[in-house]
Design a protein around this ligand. Structure first.
Ligand code: RIB
Length: 289
């Protein structure tokens, strides 16, 4: 039977200009190519988990505009339950303006729109799940509501602390799993190691590590792949790690599974179009055994 993952998070439409150097402040660069994809850290992580074999339920908000259906298109197509994604009258759907350089690095500016209207009680719309997963593109009140829902239903409470913003220490300590990259880890410092949960740290080319009470308990090396676009790779890691832990994979196997999924995502353009399927990851792991 599939594991069940609830996501409380953002839904965006990504407007992507790729292939030109990233602009410096005040600079205009030309020569990019345009593409539009569904995105948002919440929706990306939900779709990643769904494609990797979980049954996923998403709570969030979109605007009452023409962008909403495009933003939800792949979630619907691949079977994520979006019955708890509500439409906010008078608000715009979240939009991310993304520049991708020729070597695959990106810059992202998000206009949150309806994502800023996700409320404390939205998480209560989620059914019972093995894990409830959040990110920080929705208000802190929504994260608090998700924490409460996880406690009420016995779900593991996982949060990707991205983008890094201030989070009250008591809320950090309700998290059973925190997922951060090196920049986010530096922002939060020791605060993320004070609770009893796990901390997963992604290290780019150096792989990923898992900590408990500040002590490293598992590590997985990075996979060497050609980088096309790193957008969504962190989200892929988060969704994949939650699937693996919900399936009770051992810590090192779970990290390796998540690293493989993220490696596949960087070899393809876009956020949601780049998210791998379970069979892709299993084949990749078999090839790199
Ligand atoms: O993590 C990548 C995502 O960040 C993009 O899809 C964009 O929507 C922003 O939320």
């Amino acid at each position: 039977m599939s594991v069940r993952i609830g996501v409380v998070g953002s839904v965006n439409l990504d407007l992507v200009a790729s292939g030109a150097p990233l602009p410096r402040p005040g600079e205009t660069v030309t020569g990019a190519q345009f593409a539009q994809h569904p995105g948002g850290k919440g929706a990306n992580q939900a779709l990643a988990a769904q494609r990797l074999g979980a049954d996923v339920f998403m709570a969030g908000r979109v605007g009452s505009d023409a962008l909403a259906e495009s933003a939800l298109e792949l979630l619907r197509k691949d079977g994520v339950d979006v019955s708890a994604v509500m439409s906010e009258i008078g608000q715009s759907t979240g939009v991310a303006l993304i520049a991708v350089s020729p070597d695959g690095e990106n810059q992202i500016t998000v206009a949150s729109g309806a994502n800023a209207r996700v409320e404390t009680h939205d998480a209560a719309l989620l059914p019972g799940c093995d894990i409830i997963l959040c990110q920080l593109e929705v208000p802190i009140e929504a994260i608090t509501g998700a924490s409460t829902r996880a406690q009420e239903t016995g779900a593991m409470f996982a949060v990707n602390l991205a983008p890094a913003i201030a989070v009250p220490q008591p809320l950090l300590e309700t998290m059973d799993l925190i997922i951060v990259n090196e920049i986010e880890a530096a922002y939060y410092g020791e605060a993320i190691h004070q609770g009893e949960g796990l901390v997963a740290l992604t290290l780019g080319g150096d792989g990923a590590a898992l900590f408990k009470a500040g002590q490293e308990i598992a590590r997985a090396p990075a996979f060497n792949v050609p980088v096309v676009d790193t957008t969504g790779a962190g989200d892929t890691f988060c969704g994949a790690l939650c699937v693996a832990l919900a399936e009770k994979q051992a810590p090192e196997a779970a990290l390796r599974f998540a690293s493989a999924a993220a490696a596949l995502a960087v070899t393809r353009p876009g956020a949601q179009p780049s998210l791998p399927w379970r069979a892709d990851v299993e084949d990749f792991l078999a090839e790199h055994a």
